[in-house]
Ligand binder design. Sequence first.
Ligand SMILES: Cc1cc2nc3c(=O)[nH]c(=O)nc-3n(C[C@H](O)[C@H](O)[C@H](O)COP(=O)(O)O)c2cc1C
Length: 226
Amino acid sequence: MRKILKIDTSARRVDHEVTNYRSLSRQLSQHFETLWRQRNRTDEFIYRDVGATPPAFISEDWIAAVFTAEQDRSPQQRALLALSDQLIDEVARADLILVSTPMYNYGMPASLKAWFDQVVRVNRTFTFDLARGDFPLQPVFSGKTLVLLSSCGEFGFEPGGIRESMNHLGPHLRTLSHYLGVEDFREIRIEYQEFGDARHRQSIERAQRQVEQLVETLSGELQPAA
Ligand SMILES: Cc1cc2nc3c(=O)[nH]c(=O)nc-3n(C[C@H](O)[C@H](O)[C@H](O)COP(=O)(O)O)c2cc1C
């Protein structure tokens, strides 16, 4: 049995009249989940909706608690780290991390950044040792896969595209995913939402087909992570 941690981040949610998500990124992750469940009946989903319930921003007290040795933490410090502990446990259990997200202001939503700030934590998800030279950080987990399903209003954010240098979403997530133990990073993107034209419709259809292909590939390839 493999475990998939599904994280939705869009502020847009469900349109009850058409019983579908207004959010395009949520539609993609729903499509992925439905197909995955059909093919892999024993796999388990863990669900975290940071768009609906954003994690708290970290604070000075939170940082102090993180840098206090575990056995010396006060009950207040333990309480302050409880959410972080829970979110990290979800990552630890996951073989596949499925993140659906909009592009907001050329990067990730603040809610998703808040999630990363809670999760990428010294001595839990990474260790720090100056004996390693110029790269003292090392991830604790390994062998995980991350699938990024995103939607944006404009277009041309791909390598070589006209807005490549404005893309702070995929590259940022790819960098951070290393500290979650991700060794296989995949990205599928819907573009042109703000144009609402044929290019947008084609982009949605292409992304849906890519999700279908990826589910097929990963269903066979995905190994339980360390
Ligand atoms: C607050 C906000 C900021 C946005 N910033 C950008 C942006 O910087 N670049 C872009 O291409 N689209 C931007 N968009 C458009 C969204 O990325 C697009 O509507 C996307 O489909 C939203 O994802 P969702 O459909 O899953 O909610 C922005 C939308 C909102 C609401």
